[in-house]
Design a protein around this ligand. Structure first.
Ligand SMILES: CC(C)(COP(=O)(O)OP(=O)(O)OC[C@H]1O[C@@H](n2cnc3c(N)ncnc32)[C@H](O)[C@@H]1OP(=O)(O)O)[C@@H](O)C(=O)NCCC(=O)NCCS
Length: 534
């Protein structure tokens, strides 16, 4: 996951030494402070990295060895994260460091030092795992598993944890345990680089995200402090099927990797990852998909976050959206104003009766992408249809377009609600963000995609209007699916976050993430990612 905000301020990447450190007094008995709002070194998530923002590897790179000081400065202007890292170096040293990088890396925000510069050997854990290495990524001869797993050789027991901690399997049907996970995530999950915002998934969201068709309790893994019973870490998975370049794979979708702030940098992450891997192997699932804002070996694709302000003034006041140079608040408010009603004829909320039609349309639509989720009918119902339940908040909003004459469903779109806590703000405590989820349209199948762009502009503008009416402050989208066709025209602004997609124990060559060498949405870079992860 990656918390991103509109670009405008430079972000300050931190170092991450990943050394094994002695175990500090951890939050065993003492109730850990709910929130330490101070940006911790480990907590600071680097955002703009994008090693693979373009189709094709960045190794075997176009050379920048002859770059002049002037060119180097121009490149730095396009890469605020790198610029702030270079700030401590004198001019010659900075140019020298940059000459060692590829143009793609410079443009897409790979930074010069710290985590991003690590080579394979410094990923002490990841180099032992069945994942594509950085240096082999350009030479994938054949798609397939990296390692064949013999389930009889998989340990029946989990690895030992640090003294004072023990494994737990969360029972999320128990409201108390769901609340414990919510609590851990609400105070310790993903923040942006400047520790201004932190994801705040609602309990209804966790229920929806973690109990999809085929879910099993054993994939909701936690760690507790033995004495206090406090939940201090989590890693979860839900099963699904993927299509990767025509191959159907049973995978686990990994999410909600989280470690209490007081337990960071103690190499607990590898233990959590190994434990969920062991549990998956034992039940015959040998591949996984996951996303992260940081670069690990090796992204199969990298998308960029875009943000469309719905309540620009609030976003400005909380520090999410910048006031562009030369503009005024009034102008920004006017620029982002939306009509009060939608314009697509036949648009209405999706109901259970639409599931078959949407399933059929979505399946055909997603097959246009190299990496896509192979939805079952039950999954479509689970992920897309909102069912009012007392005491639970709405998580997903889905709309269909029904043709007035044929009653055929010709289009649909959806978005979900994911709030972020605004850390230490006198006026606001949360931002309500709508995230663009799945959509599909029959116009995608017209010859040469005739009419697709215009149709999406209309549908997505309606999505913005409906999100505004549902009181969202911002509408977020990545550069996946056909999004490059409308993001800029609909006034989405570039975010400072990149989302990297990873496959575990599966090798395939890089997949387009909808952005070009300048890390900007590019219609020609579509056709890659057809999977939206929460
Ligand atoms: C991400 C988080 C669990 C990492 O914990 P940590 O205490 O910093 O790291 P640990 O000492 O436990 O482990 C370090 C190892 O985990 C890897 N790692 C760190 N973040 C990772 C991630 N998001 N996904 C996979 N591996 C990750 C590191 O690369 C390192 O392995 P390496 O030696 O091969 O490079 C923790 O910072 C956290 O809870 N952050 C907030 C929530 C979050 O960002 N979750 C991830 C969402 S993608």
């Amino acid at each position: 996951m990656s918390e991103s905000k509109q670009k405008g301020k430079s972000t300050v990447p931190s170092g991450d030494d990943n050394k094994v450190r002695a175990v500090d007094p951890a939050p065993t008995d003492a109730e850990p402070r709910a929130t330490s709002d101070k940006p911790s070194e480990d907590m600071t998530k680097k955002t703009i990295q994008g090693k693979n923002a373009t189709e094709g590897p960045s190794d075997g790179k176009p050379s920048v060895a002859k770059m002049t000081m002037k060119e180097a400065k121009a490149l730095l202007e396009m890469n605020p994260a790198l610029k702030s890292e270079m700030a401590g170096l004198d001019g010659d040293k900075a140019v020298e460091a940059m000459q060692k990088m590829s143009i793609a890396d410079l443009l897409t925000g790979l930074s010069a030092s710290g985590k991003n510069q690590k080579d394979m050997a410094s990923y002490k854990f990841w180099q032992t795992q069945p994942v594509t290495r950085f240096d082999e990524q350009s030479q994938v001869a054949e798609d397939g598993p990296i390692k064949i797993i013999d389930p009889t050789k998989v340990s029946k027991e989990p690895d030992a944890l640090l003294d004072g901690f023990e494994w737990t399997t969360l029972d999320l049907t128990d409201e108390k345990e769901l609340r414990e996970l919510w609590d851990l995530l609400t105070y310790h999950y993903v923040e942006d680089d400047d520790a201004m915002f932190r994801f705040r998934y609602s309990e209804s969201f966790l229920h929806w995200a973690l109990m999809s068709p085929g879910w099993q309790k054993q994939w909701h893994v936690g760690v507790r402090a033995s004495k206090s019973r406090k939940l201090v870490a989590s890693i979860t998975g839900v099963p699904t099927e993927l299509n990767v370049r025509g191959q159907q794979l049973k995978v686990i979708e990994i999410n909600f990797l989280c470690i209490h702030k007081k337990l960071r940098s103690k190499r607990l992450t590898p233990v959590l990852i190994k434990e969920i891997t062991r549990r998956c192997y034992l039940s015959g699932i040998y591949q996984a998909i996951y996303t992260a804002g940081i670069v690990l070996p090796t992204p199969v694709s990298s998308c960029r976050f875009y943000h469309r302000p719905l309540d620009w003034l609030k976003l400005y006041e909380v520090g999410f959206s910048p006031l562009p140079h030369g503009s005024t608040k009034a102008r920004q408010i006017t620029k982002n104003r939306l009509p009060s009603s939608t314009s697509t004829p036949g648009l209405r909320p999706m109901e259970v009766k639409d599931v078959d039609a949407v399933h059929n349309l979505l399946k055909r639509y997603l097959e246009r992408f190299n990496l896509n989720q192979a939805f079952t009918r039950d999954e479509v119902e689970h992920w897309l249809v909102h069912k009012d339940q007392p005491g639970s908040e709405q998580v997903v909003w889905s709309y269909v377009v029904e043709d007035a004459e044929t009653h055929k469903i010709t289009d649909f779109f959806s978005f979900y609600n994911l709030e972020s806590t605004v850390i230490q703000h006198p006026k606001y405590d949360a931002i309500r963000a709508a995230y663009l989820y799945y959509y599909a349209t029959e116009t995608a199948f017209a010859e040469k995609e005739k009419g697709l762009k215009e149709r999406l502009l209309m549908l997505m503008n309606d999505a913005l209007i409906l999100a505004k009416l549902a009181n969202f402050d911002v509408f977020n989208a990545l550069t996946l699916l056909d999004n490059p066709l409308f993001l800029e025209q609909l006034k989405f602004g570039a975010g400072d976050g990149q989302l990297h997609y990873y496959l575990f124990n599966y090798r395939t060559s890089p997949i387009a993430g909808g952005v070009n060498e300048k890390n900007l949405p590019d219609e020609k870079k579509r056709g890659g990612v057809g999977m939206v992860m929460l």
